[in-house]
Every structure is written in C-alpha cells, then in structure tokens.
Design a protein around this ligand. Structure first.
Ligand SMILES: *Cc1c(COP(=O)(O)O)cnc(C)c1O
Length: 452
C-alpha cells in the first residue's frame, strides 16, 4: 500500500465519450492539443507531475529568496553534494538546461557523445553544439519480451571499440534508468565497467540521472551483489563512479521544476559556471526560486525511501499485470516510471503507416479520458512532409507514464479496465492518417484523421 495518506485533493474531470470525441476531433486527433479539463487520468509524462509532500511544502515556505548566497542554496547544495559526492553543484531550471550548459562547455564540433540511449532533448543539445550522438544499447534491449534484468545497459564491447577507435569521443553519457529504452535499469556492474573504460581512455563519464532512485531500487531487487543494500547507498555509489551528472529533478526530485548539474573537474566547472550565470541565473540559484531549491532538496531526501520506491514499483507492475491478463503485452520486465504497451501486437490489423500506437493511445482517450504517449512510428518513424511513412519505428509502443504519488491503485485499475474493454474487440480500433506533418517537432504539431 501507499506509505502516505492524502491531505489535499484535486477533483479530476469526468467527461462523456461524446465530449471526448468532439474535443479530440477539434484538436486534429493530437493528444498534445487536449487541455487539462479534457483529461480524466493523465499518463502523458512523469515529469514535473508529482505530488509534493507536506515536508516539501513546508520547506517551500522556508525558502529564502536572497539573490546571491541564499540559505535555500546552502540546503540544496548540502543535499546534492552528500548524495552525489561531486565537488561542484549547480542548480538549473530543468534537465535540459544542464545538458545545454555541459555540452556547450565540453563538446567540440564533430565530437561524439556515446550513450546507452540519449533522451530526445539530450540528442538535440548534442546536435546544437555541432556534436554527434550515438546510441550503443546492449543487445538484450532488442527483445521486448525477455526477462533480462538490465536491458538498460550500455554495450561494453561497442564502448571499448569506440573508445579505442579513430573517432573523437567527447563524453560517455549513461542514462539511468534508460528512458528511451523502455525505462529499463542499468546494472551497477555495467556502470562500473563503463566508468573504468572511460577513465582508461581519459574520456569524461557522465550520468543522465533523471531516475537515479528508481534505477537504484531496481538494482537492489535484481543485482545479486546489491540485494539488501539501501537504495540511497546504491545511488551514492553510482554517482561516485562518474565524473559528473546532468539530472532533471522533475522526475526523481519529485518537484514541479528543477534540475542539477554536478561536476568534479574544476576547469570544466568554471566554464559551466560562466554559462550558467550568463543564461540561467547566478550560480546559487540557476533559474530557480529559493522555494524551488528547498523543495528540490527535500525531494532528493524523500525519493530514496525504500517504502516509497517499493510501492511505486509494485503499483506499476500491478498495472502491467492487469494489462497482461486482459491480453495486452508490455515491455518486460516492467520498470518503475512507466508501462510500455505493445500496441503493434494488440492491433495487427493496423499497418505501421496507419500508426497502431497512436490508434491505441487514441482509443484510451476516447474510451476512458486517459492520456498517454505514442512511442511508435508517429514519433520515431521517418515520415515525408506529405505524411507518408518511409521507415517505420522498430516497435509500435504506447507509454503509460505514472506521475509520482498522484494516482491511487483504483485509478490504475480504471486504466487497466479501460484497456481490457479495448482488448475485447481490438479489430474495431481504427487506424489514422496524417493530414499535417510538419518536419520539426512533428509529434507536438501534427494533425491526423481517423480512417473509416
Ligand atoms: C526528462 C529527461 C531529460 C530532460 O529533462 P527536463 O527536465 O525535461 O529538461 C533528460 N534526460 C532524461 C533521461 C529525461 O527523462
């Protein structure tokens, strides 16, 4: 059960199918055009959507808005430094700000960033400074159904070859958990070996640590050597294997806004500090208010609570299990922050060019007012300006991201029941065709229509 009770409530909109059909059509069947009043259960993202604790709210009230050297900064730095061990701690407004600052200071044009999988803003920030991103996930990640415990790992053979080879590697970025790769965890042994290889070749090894606590939780559950260790202990060890981190605190900081850049190299930190002050804010607030800094500090303390992490992981697994019983498969083994449904398998009558992932996501909205994210050919496929799919995505997935401390199990069971209703007659779910397909930021801006 949830190791907390509810003190503040917010009503959720309960709407009719007729209303949803109308609103969805008006928005060109794009879920990004829906607004809060249209949505009953919002599983679009686990970023910045968590519920604050009473202690976080109290910490916010103690927030000190002194321009430079606020007490809130001292508290933020103390918690972040104790957690990560890095000498230089910079607050930023969110994860991508840390990415932009770090890559600008570190990557030269033409240099390569290697990763188990780059997150999409991370890719964009590598490209914006003229760098080249390359993903080298482990081979086990390709099989969605296998029970391999650490499908988030980096391919160590490919990493060693790349580090030894002729290419100019600017940094190695380990994303924990591997968000682009189905929310799968990275083993401590994998982090350790990657760290060793990077040190041998003198290449900076950085963690993209948005879900540092969830990765550590899965390590304590799945990696023999860490069974019985506290998640906080594992988090500390992981950070100390790297030379620094970029982190969105909107995930495992359980705040609505906030991020962190941590570094050991004093020279690199000096360059980052300059960029921070020129573009985000003075080094002691980095674009956040004092109250944000204090709520981040408290969130970083709360998130490693094993009772909290166990319940969150159990709730996500429960949703995946209910879906499976209803005949809807998801990426295995289930991670913590999301369930990735295999829409391609559920809707074999819809070819990739009619976007089965989008079809399932649309049906979840129309049938139950549930919003989620397509991770299939609409998002990841290669598409012409006329909306023709040239290269489909490898899988047609739908991500149900679970906000932290927001929905109860009965909300998740409602999602599972809605899914079960769809799975009873999957052949009735229609495909979609693109009517507007802008090349830039397509998923956010495109419009579609139902195929009758
Ligand atoms: C969310 C996320 C980011 C970007 O963080 P923002 O706070 O959204 O800017 C980077 N990497 C990963 C793995 C993420 O999940």
């Amino acid at each position: 059960m949830e190791p907390y009770r509810i003190k503040v409530v917010e009503p959720i909109p309960i709407t009719t199918r007729e209303y949803r059909e109308r609103r969805y059509a008006e928005g060109g069947y794009n879920q990004f055009n829906l607004t809060a009043d249209d949505i009953t259960i919002d599983l679009l993202s686990d970023s910045g959507t968590g519920a604050l604790s009473a202690e976080q709210q109290a910490a916010g009230m103690r927030g000190d808005e002194t321009y430079a050297g606020a007490r809130s900064w001292a508290r933020f730095r103390e918690v972040a430094a104790e957690l990560t061990g890095y000498d230089h701690i910079f607050p930023v407004h969110q994860g991508r700000a840390a990415e932009r600052i770090l890559f600008t200071a570190l990557l030269k044009p033409g240099q390569i960033s290697l990763s188990n999988t780059h997150f999409d803003t991370t890719r964009a920030n590598v490209e914006l400074v003229g760098g080249i991103w390359r993903d080298i996930p482990c081979a086990e990640a390709e099989d969605l159904d296998s029970d391999e415990p650490f499908k988030g790992n980096i391919d160590l053979v490919a990493l060693e070859a790349a580090l030894a080879g002729p290419d100019d590697i600017g940094l190695v970025l380990m994303t924990i958990t591997n968000n682009g790769g189905g929310g799968q965890p990275v083993a401590m042994s994998n982090i350790k070996k990657a760290s060793k290889l990077c040190r041998k070749h003198g290449v900076p090894f950085i963690l993209d640590a948005a879900r540092f606590a969830e990765n550590a939780w899965l390590v304590t559950q799945r990696e023999e050597k860490y069974r019985g260790h506290s998640p906080r202990d594992v988090v500390k060890k992981a950070f100390r294997l790297a030379d620094g981190c970029v982190a969105s605190l909107k995930k495992d900081g359980i705040v609505h806004i906030g991020g962190l850049l941590g570094l050991n190299d004093p020279e690199l930190a000096r360059r980052c500090e300059l960029l921070l002050m020129a573009t985000e804010g003075f080094r002691t607030y980095g674009g956040l208010s004092g109250r944000d800094l204090d709520m981040c500090a408290q969130g970083m303390l709360e998130v490693t609570d094993p009772l909290y992490l166990r319940e969150r992981a159990d709730a996500t697994a429960h949703l995946a299990e209910c879906a499976r019983k209803a005949g809807v498969d998801s990426v295995q083994p289930t991670g913590v922050h999301a369930v990735y449904l295999n829409a391609g398998r559920l809707l074999p009558h819809i070819p990739p060019h009619q976007f089965p992932g989008h079809s399932l996501a649309s049906e979840l909205y129309l049938a139950g007012g549930i919003r989620c994210a397509e991770l299939g050919s609409l998002y990841l496929g290669e598409i012409t300006d006329d909306g023709e799919l040239i290269t489909p995505a490898p899988y047609e997935l739908v991500r149900l991201a679970i906000p932290r401390r927001v929905y109860t199990r009965s909300h998740l069971e409602y999602v599972a029941e809605t899914l079960a209703g769809i799975a009873e007659n999957p052949e009735q779910v229609p495909g979609y065709r693109l009517t507007e397909a802008p090349a830039m930021l397509r998923p956010f801006r495109c419009r579609l229509e139902k195929i009758k």
